[in-house]
Write a protein that binds this ligand. Structure first.
Ligand code: ATP
Length: 439
């Protein structure tokens, strides 16, 4: 029963995202391209709010973090050294009958095709990196890859940061950007895609301090899930067992979320030892060691890596916020988004669109708030009830209405709360601080 409801939830959410301009299927008019999605105006607004909250928490509010934006295309030797060329693969099986391909580790029955019940072939390793050629030549020396994670761009710039900023340990590098994985089976809307976006940190520490730094980031990951307004009971930690961790990791915690299609990985937190700096030192022949002024010792720092998916955050936020209820006697659908991430914080309406004095005052208030907050819209289409429904559906927390009392009695505007539907009067001069107090 529960599952049925959740299946509907995904369908309803995907259809809302398309209808209201959050997320569209990639290349839709040509029949789509599996594993790609395009963000529309509201989707990109939500995405930027999430990224800004992350950048604020992990970069702007700290003194020990260096922001980066490295190139997506890198020298192929980067991915040889990191182990991606030889080992960034998933087990692929093909059905002998219908020829469909599946990720073997995601199948309940490893022998039978989940679609046609035909016999499955042997699993083989399938490398998930997108390969391309740089320049006019197509020989092996021209090979490059679209990065499968942003991390590589930070390790190869480690020495640049040392030389430009002379940081002390511990310090981190942080980056938000696209990554590409040729997933065997993209699925679950924006959960598993082929073109994704990550927010990652490589935090460099003295080897004997990794545990305390790991704990610190563990708490910070939880704090970030609160920043974006996720229901805390839906977030879970999974200590990844010895045999299941990536070869370079000595400890990994997956942060999982109760998505409508099940409990799945949202973020990862890994202790990567000195694996990366060591591999890149050996392969590039450039010394990536660190000289510690305090102990007068030279060594390779160890790394704590929190890794966040932008799309998975969006999906967690949207599926958590999707709500159907009855307000008054009218059924409605709304997104219970935190005002900190909502694409629009407030919509401003004149009560009636054919009364110029109401429209003029509403536009004046809209102009002021827009200048200050950006995420404000003006709407005078249809009756007020319809406008409320429209704003509810995109998760706008507040609707501000200019009515006759606003003009005649100087009592301010009405501000309607999305979740309760209740209205209160607020003085125009206090609107800005009211909205600020919610973000
Ligand atoms: P999974 O086991 O789900 O394939 P992973 O363990 O390979 O994920 P990591 O390599 O740890 O993922 O990547 C870090 C983060 O990047 C993940 O926690 C997730 O948020 C995001 N991510 C990874 N792969 C995808 C994808 N194909 N689509 C969307 N987000 C992804």
């Amino acid at each position: 029963m529960e599952n049925k409801k959740d299946e509907n939830l995904m369908e309803n959410l995907i259809s809302l995202c398309k209808r209201r301009g959050f997320i569209y299927q990639g290349s839709e008019i040509y029949g789509g391209l599996a594993g790609t999605w395009d963000y529309g105006p509201l989707g990109v607004a939500l995405k930027k709010n999430i990224e800004n909250l992350w950048w604020k928490r992990f970069v702007l509010d700290r003194e020990d973090m260096y922001g980066m934006d490295a190139a997506i295309l890198m020298n192929q030797n980067v991915w040889k050294a990191s182990g991606h060329v030889s080992g960034f693969s998933d087990p692929l099986v093909e059905c002998k009958k219908c020829k469909k391909r599946f990720r073997a580790d995601q199948l309940e029955d490893q022998k039978k095709c989940p679609e046609c019940k035909g016999e499955l072939g042997e699993a083989r390793q399938f490398n998930m990196m997108f390969k391309t050629h740089i320049g006019a030549m197509e020989d092996d020396s021209a090979i490059s890859y679209l990065r499968p994670e942003t991390a590589g761009g930070m390790f190869v710039n480690f020495k640049n940061i040392l030389d430009s900023f002379h940081p002390r340990l511990p310090f981190g590098m942080a980056q938000i950007g696209k990554a590409f994985r040729n997933e065997i089976a993209p699925r679950d809307f924006i959960f598993r895609v082929r073109e994704l976006e990550q927010m990652e940190i490589e935090y460099f520490v003295k080897p004997d301090t990794w545990k305390e730094n790991f704990e610190n980031f563990r708490k910070q990951v939880w704090e970030f899930t609160k920043d974006v307004g996720l229901t805390q009971e839906k977030v879970h930690e999974l200590e990844v067992a010895d045999g299941d961790r990536a070869h370079y990791s000595k400890r990994t915690i997956d942060f999982e979320f109760d998505f409508p299609f099940g409990r799945k990985e949202l973020y990862g937190l890994a202790y990567r030892t000195d694996f990366d700096l060591k591999s890149h030192t050996e392969a590039s022949k450039v010394d990536l060691s660190f000289f510690d002024e305090e102990s007068k010792q030279r060594f390779l720092p160890h790394v704590i890596e929190p890794s966040f998916g932008v799309g998975r955050t969006l999906l967690a936020v949207l599926s958590d916020a999707y709500t159907e209820d009855v307000l008054g006697d009218e059924p409605r659908t709304y997104l219970k988004l935190s005002p900190r991430v909502a694409p629009v914080i407030a919509a401003v309406f004149p009560l009636l669109k054919n009364k110029p004095e109401l429209v003029a005052k509403a536009r004046e208030i809209f102009g002021e708030l827009k200048k200050e907050f950006g995420r404000i819209i003006f709407d005078d289409n249809g009756n007020i009830g319809k406008r409320y429904r429209r704003q509810d559906e995109i998760g706008t927390p507040f609707c501000i209405t200019v009515d006759f009392e606003t003009l005649e009695k100087d009592v301010g505007v009405t501000v309607r709360d999305r979740d309760t539907g209740k209205q209160e009067r607020i003085k125009i001069s206090e609107l800005s601080s009211f909205l600020k107090s919610h973000i």
